[in-house]
Write a new protein. Structure first.
Length: 509
């Protein structure tokens, strides 16, 4: 009998009562679970979180909350092999699952460590006092206190564990409870982790609730003391952000949506240089990791026009070594997309893009699969398109095929490279491969307004760099600009998906 996922609501596990959604094994097409999160009383859930979870967390000090998060991280780390076994069913390889599982747990550890930056109190006194009178007897000070509401996290399907843990780590340290609404296709992974969290009894009651369904109506009851975060498609995000309740109650809403991230090859990074090889390696990795289903994946590869053919050939050779198949089959380096629906959607988007930007590597209709069948599994070949006129054919800067897909495009000079990178209209991350500090500085200053994080990579930082798509959880505190350290370049990083759950400021005179 196919198991039905349950929702964790007001202190108990319960099944939904509405439309059932079948969840499929990405590699075999087998139905592995039923999701049903309809018929829940969202008003009561939010009220329960505010009345039960919020007071319990607000009374705790930052140090107590941090130690609680650390205990949770240690507990989940002891159970991680169970999560790996389940993660394979999402089409993720061991390496893909490591990002989701241990990356998520790593976020808990990182946020737990942040407690040391705060006092052992339930509030935080910010900065120095502000003198408001000549004699200094009348002063002002900012204190930071938790909101009295709940954080509602609406998450994407590609990282069902990391997406949840990196968000709740923030709201728990800040002293707020959360309601998690994972994307339906991989909700079985989120449910498995939440079951372990609840069973551990580490969190106070009311600190965490779970909805395994579409969550229709959950925003109808949010208030100005709540916060909402969303990760997913820009189209869905815009609809949620325009929700009447979000507007009338002025609810803080943080959206992480489609991101046409770019990687730029510097003019100095010619074939034979380490930087050229690093550029090819990063693109191959970002196309194939999680089968391209990463919000930070490289979608646009921007290269000097005189090196376009060299890059195309080198990238083709690198991708030819990528074996596709069941994530547990020996030798497989890229697994399946999350389900057939998503695979077909990506193919449709690629066909639309290919009208003006032809496919130069890969085949939409044929892929050799190890340990699986492309008729039942959501397998897809890595795809590279070529946009010879990126200022004319702008679909490359507007349409994201959320799979193993990237587009090559040429530039004549660095000003053009900056303009092309910025034509993505704001991206999570961008990379530039160069060993020339002047090129790096010019590019960063020109592109920083359009990118949350810019990675400057060369031979000297390559051994320690986490790469284009792997921001560290502590990196959101870094300055929003790259800086030179000798000949080494430190990547800038602004990664604050859930910071709207941080305590609000309250003036005190």
């Amino acid at each position: 009998m196919t198991p039905t996922l349950e929702n964790y609501v007001m202190g108990r596990w319960t099944a939904g009562s509405g439309e059932q959604h079948e969840l499929h094994d990405a590699s075999t097409g087998e139905i592995i679970a039923i999701a049903n999160g309809e018929g829940l009383d969202y008003a009561a859930m939010l009220d329960y979180a505010r009345r039960t979870g919020n007071p319990a967390l607000r009374k705790m000090t930052f140090h107590e909350r941090g130690r609680m998060i650390k205990a949770l991280a240690l507990h989940l780390d002891s159970k991680k092999e169970d999560f790996y076994t389940l993660s394979y069913r999402s089409g993720a390889t061991r390496a893909d699952s490591w990002i989701d599982i241990e990356g998520g747990i790593g976020n808990l550890f990182a946020n737990a460590s942040l407690r040391r930056k705060f006092p052992d109190k339930p509030f935080y006194v910010e900065s120095d006092p502000i003198a408001l009178s000549k004699a200094g007897n009348f002063m002002g000070h900012h204190i930071m206190v938790p909101k009295e509401g709940v954080a509602v996290h609406i998450n994407a399907y590609n990282f069902p564990i990391w997406g949840m843990l990196e968000k709740i780590a923030v709201n728990l340290l800040a002293g707020m409870p959360a309601i998690i609404k994972p994307a339906v296709p991989t909700a079985y992974l989120t449910e498995a982790v939440v079951r372990e969290i609840i069973a551990s009894k580490i969190l106070p009651e009311g600190a965490l609730q779970l909805v395994c369904g579409t969550g229709q109506g959950i925003l109808d009851h949010v208030t100005y003391q709540d916060v909402v975060t969303f990760t997913g498609s820009a189209e869905t995000g815009r609809k949620l952000r325009a929700h009447p309740r979000i507007i009338t109650e002025a609810v803080p809403f943080t959206m992480e949506a489609d991101s046409l991230n770019a990687a730029v090859l510097g003019p100095d990074a010619v074939p034979g240089t380490v930087e050229f090889d690093l550029f090819i390696k990063e693109i191959r990795k970002e196309i194939t990791a999680k089968a391209g289903q990463k919000c930070t994946a490289i979608r646009r590869a921007i290269v000097p026009e005189n090196l376009l053919e060299d890059v195309q050939i080198a990238l083709g050779k690198a991708l030819a070594q990528t074996t596709v198949g069941h994530p547990q089959a020996e030798g497989v380096r890229m697994g399946a997309l999350v389900n057939m629906t998503q695979a077909n959607r990506v193919r449709e988007q690629v066909r639309e893009l290919a009208k003006n930007t032809p496919i130069v590597y890969g085949d939409l209709d044929n892929v050799q699969v190890i340990g699986g069948d492309c008729k039942t599994g959501a397998f897809m070949s890595p795809i590279v398109l070529l946009n010879p006129e990126p200022f004319k054919f702008t679909d490359s800067h507007e349409v994201e095929a959320f799979g193993p897909v990237a587009t090559l495009m040429p530039y004549k000079n660095l000003d053009e490279a900056i303009t092309l990178a910025n034509m993505g209209k704001g991206s999570l991350v961008c990379s530039v491969a160069t060993n020339d500090p002047r090129t790096a500085q010019e590019f960063v200053l020109g592109a920083a307004t359009h990118h949350g994080r810019i990675l400057v990579i060369n031979e000297e930082v390559a051994k320690e760099s986490t790469g284009h798509g792997s921001p560290l959880p502590c990196s959101f505190t870094a300055a929003p600009a790259a800086r030179a350290v000798g000949r080494k370049w430190a990547a800038c990083a602004v990664w604050s998906t859930s910071c709207s759950a941080w305590p609000s400021k309250a003036p005190r005179a």
